[in-house]
Design a protein around this ligand. Structure first.
Ligand SMILES: Cc1cc2nc3c(=O)[nH]c(=O)nc-3n(C[C@H](O)[C@H](O)[C@H](O)COP(=O)(O)OP(=O)(O)OC[C@H]3O[C@@H](n4cnc5c(N)ncnc54)[C@H](O)[C@@H]3O)c2cc1C
Length: 446
């Protein structure tokens, strides 16, 4: 059979002109808030059902990176985001060299590099402030690149690479089902009861993904610890070295990292038998954080004091292990999961968002082969994405979980062994960051 015959009949991919990395959409340049300039360009059938080629559910890091990666290979998509606008709050995320490789591949690396400090290394301290160990990243691996990036800036940077009509805000997916009337399309019902019939659905709808649930995935599992996070702000310049500082206590650990010349990200992880109630009052969050760190190094407490209320958040940590033969594959027909929707993992290796970015380029490459070159069907492209990504994702999820469990131990003997023997004498940075080595085939930019 000729390769092109494998493409389903009536398949007309939306092809968008790619934008050079330095270009912005005219609407973006106009400064009009994205929430007011987005709409879905689509065909509306007589039945009132909107028809789309590719619908991405969720406008977080995974959704927007996937839309930009697809656009780089000349494939258009529509992103449905439940919120009214891009998530403006949140703190920052640390990206290692695997994340930066993807940023470069989708054309946003240099724009982000100019705004966020390169982190030179890390230092580990005990809760009394004693330095246990320090490393320089480049001493172990010349190609390592580590920067903490504000989530808000990252989302805006990605969104500005897309045409104004690409993101549809206030568009919450309510239900998903196989369409009975439109070939093998998928029918998406939104919260306002409008209907979209999509040829391909890419679900980037995060840890509580309704699409993953529909595909038979179990809920993510709470791992027994929670994290407070925040972003300290220093309008006159922050005083810290560009390195990650970790402080290990008994059942509590914390860390901070300079993000930019004026901002410093911090986190505190603590054991808790249950996720507890959702707390939104910032004064309670601040009080609880400070209570955990009463006699800890003063610099950590001073960063928390410099943190505006609206950036402090508390998150119960969850993950989902993708057991072979038990957990469903990430694609079913022409519906596929990307990022946290597929593989929620604990943040102990700083790899959740890095892996979502990796997913985006691998998926875009596969879809380009199916839709532009016709070397495989769309279903095969999605299946092959799952087959290629699983061996990368599953071990990382397990490893992140085990690292977290070890670091959260509160037994005094174990903690003393960790602080006086394991960290100062046995740990090597090279093997710890081995997982940041990730290669992918380059995207053929259109
Ligand atoms: C404490 C903590 C620290 C972390 N630190 C790091 C780090 O340093 N480095 C790193 O790489 N990763 C880190 N991570 C992981 C990282 O935050 C996630 O992996 C990443 O945000 C996943 O992105 P996503 O787009 O898949 O999901 P999300 O960011 O959750 O985005 C999902 C999007 O889908 C939308 N959505 C949900 N449901 C619907 C619906 N029904 N209809 C329409 N839209 C919907 C949501 O509004 C949201 O915009 C950390 C995580 C935690 C908890």
């Amino acid at each position: 059979m000729m390769a092109s015959q494998l493409i389903p009949q009536k398949w007309h991919p939306t092809v968008t002109p790619s934008r050079r990395s330095s270009e912005r959409s005219p609407a973006a340049a106009s400064g009009v808030p994205r929430s007011r300039r987005s709409s879905v360009r689509s065909t509306v059938a007589a039945s009132g059902v909107r028809k789309e080629d590719i619908v991405i559910v969720g406008g977080g890091i995974a959704g927007l990176a996937t839309a930009v990666a697809l656009q780089r290979v000349g494939i258009g998509s529509v992103v449905l985001e439940q919120a009214e606008s891009l998530r403006s709050g949140g703190t920052s995320l640390t990206f290692f060299k695997n994340g930066w490789k993807v940023f470069d591949a989708i054309g946003v690396g240099d724009e982000l590099r100019t705004q966020f400090l390169e982190i030179q290394g890390m230092v580990v301290k005990s809760e009394d402030g004693r330095e246990l160990r320090s490393f320089r990243f480049k001493d172990e691996d010349e190609s390592q690149e580590v920067r903490a990036v504000e989530r808000r800036t990252l989302l805006e940077t990605l969104a500005n690479r897309l045409p104004p009509s690409a993101i549809s805000f206030s568009s919450k997916l309510k239900t998903i089902e196989k369409s009975s009337s439109h070939n093998d399309d998928t029918l998406l019902k939104l919260e306002d009861d409008s209907l979209i019939s999509a040829k391909i659905v890419i679900a980037c709808d995060g840890i509580r993904s309704p699409v993953a649930k529909w595909m038979g995935f179990p809920d993510p599992r709470y791992v027994g610890h929670c994290a407070f996070r925040g972003l300290g702000v220093y309008p006159n310049g922050q005083p810290f070295h560009p390195r990650v500082t970790y402080v290990y206590g008994r059942g509590v650990r914390a860390g901070y990292v300079p993000v930019s010349p004026t901002k410093v990200y911090w986190f505190v992880c603590f054991n808790s038998p249950s996720p507890g109630p959702k707390i939104t009052d910032p004064s309670i969050l601040r009080q609880e954080t400070e209570k955990l760190l009463q006699h800890w190094p003063s610099e950590l407490l001073s960063i928390i004091k410099s943190t505006p209320d609206d950036t402090i958040i508390r998150t119960p940590l969850v993950d989902r292990w993708l057991w072979p033969g038990i957990t469903p594959p990430p694609s079913s027909g022409k519906v596929v999961l990307v990022g946290d929707a597929w593989h929620p993992m604990t943040p102990n290796l700083g790899q959740g968002a890095c892996c979502a970015l990796e997913d985006a380029v691998v998926l875009a490459k596969n879809l380009a082969e199916a839709m532009k070159l016709g070397t495989m069907t769309v279903e095969d492209a999605l299946r092959s994405y799952g087959t290629r990504r699983w061996p990368r994702i599953f071990p990382l999820t397990v490893r992140a979980n085990l690292v977290g469990a070890l670091l959260q131990l509160d037994n005094p003997l174990v903690c003393s062994l960790r602080n006086n023997v394991i960290l100062p004498k046995l740990v090597r940075l090279g093997p710890i960051l081995e997982h940041t080595n990730f290669d992918f085939e380059p995207l053929q930019v259109q």
